[in-house]
Write a protein that binds this ligand. Structure first.
Ligand SMILES: C[C@@](CO)(OP(=O)(O)O)[C@H](O)COP(=O)(O)OP(=O)(O)OC[C@H]1O[C@@H](n2ccc(N)nc2=O)[C@H](O)[C@@H]1O
Ligand SMILES: Nc1ncnc2c1ncn2[C@@H]1O[C@H](COP(=O)(O)OP(=O)(O)O)[C@@H](O)[C@H]1O
Length: 312
């Protein structure tokens, strides 16, 4: 996917987007985060992040969503590189190139993916030999979703989403992602979730992943998984962006096995029976004019991985 040359000696990492198959949001904790029980699946929309030695911190971006990410110290990839350099006292700076194919602020963990990719790339570039636990600890300090971007596959997330456990799963699933042209802010969606719960006097229990979802993943049956998709942030995303409900309902009417807002949205994820069914659904959704862009993908896929350098 690389669309422009990378610097000599660069290390490149390919990293996937995610969808939350189930997202249960518990009470707001004293630190401001919410207790979560979630099941993540990594899907085949990828960013590529290349890191090379440079005389200053620098980030450049390319790809369809590149103009929407910050190119200063706020970029999560730059924060990740600086964190590794500070922690292991590496007196070097890097140029980071992001080939961005994951929608920005879409609930698909694009920024987290770039942070995870940068951690792995810096580890390789600087020959640090960090183990899985050291990388996961750095990842969690950058964001709740970052450990999963490193891990990939299917995984259960607890705590604020950063504590991962394996799940038993079989099969490959075919998705259609309906992408909006403006993102939703994750903190705003959590705040709206709190507001709606307070307004409605909802008693919020400790969150648990459902037996139905775990059984669906074990069976590998798309119809069972479609029926088990669930997101507690969906009412908040619908409240902030009412047209998303119409989009979700349209996709289900057009034959999706299930439709759910991905994470904090506004991307809506539709599960289909097969690759062919995902093509059909994309055609119907495109004709409906309810979203800006449609992407097909399969899951699960690997987490962040170093791309082997081409041989001369
Ligand atoms: C909603 C989810 C679902 O997987 O994904 P996205 O929609 O962002 O992809 C995640 O919880 C997002 O994780 P991430 O984007 O890494 O969030 P962080 O940087 O850790 O936190 C950003 C803000 O989101 C809120 N937040 C995040 C995680 C959590 N368990 N409770 C929260 O309340 C807090 O307001 C926090 O300040
Ligand atoms: N490397 C990056 N890629 C994407 N977004 C980034 C990056 N660095 C910082 N951001 C910012 O992080 C915010 C969340 O974006 P993103 O991680 O794509 O969405 P989400 O949290 O919904 O999954 C956006 O405001 C975006 O500008």
């Amino acid at each position: 996917m690389t669309v422009a040359p990378t610097l000599p000696g660069a290390v490149t990492v390919r990293v996937p987007a995610k969808v939350n198959l189930e997202l249960r949001v518990g009470p707001r904790r004293p630190d401001g985060y919410h207790a979560l029980a979630t099941v993540y699946q990594a899907v085949s929309l990828h960013d590529e992040v290349s890191v090379a030695r440079w005389d200053d911190w620098e980030v450049v971006a390319a790809g369809p969503y590149a103009e929407r990410i910050p190119l200063d110290g706020d970029n999560l990839a730059v924060r990740a590189a600086r964190l590794v350099a500070d922690r292991w006292q590496v007196d070097e700076r890097v140029s980071i190139r992001i080939d961005k194919d994951i929608p920005v602020a879409g609930g698909m963990a694009g920024g987290s993916a770039d942070a995870a990719a940068t951690l792995l790339a810096c580890d390789h570039l600087w020959g640090l030999g960090l183990d899985r636990d050291e990388l996961a600890e750095l990842a969690a300090s950058l964001g709740s979703d970052v450990p999963f971007s490193l891990a990939g596959g299917n995984a259960m997330g607890s705590g604020r989403g950063e504590q991962l456990a394996p799940v038993l799963a079989r099969g490959t699933f075919h998705w259609v992602f309906a992408i909006s042209d403006t993102g939703l802010s994750t903190p705003q969606v959590y705040a709206e979730c709190d507001r709606l719960r307070e307004r409605d006097g909802v008693d919020v229990p400790e969150p648990h992943v459902s037996a139905e979802l775990m059984a669906a993943l074990r069976s590998g049956e798309p119809a069972a998984l479609g029926a088990a998709l669930h997101n507690d942030l969906e009412p908040a995303a619908f409240s902030l962006r009412p047209q998303l409900r119409e989009l979700r309902d349209a996709g289900v009417e057009f034959g999706a096995l299930g439709g759910v807002v991905s994470g904090s949205g506004p991307t809506v994820a539709f599960l289909t029976e097969s690759h062919e069914a995902s093509l059909d659904l994309s055609v119907s959704l495109a004709a409906s004019d309810l979203c800006r862009d449609l992407r097909r993908a399969k899951g699960p896929v690997h987490g962040a991985q170093v791309v082997p350098a081409p041989r001369d």
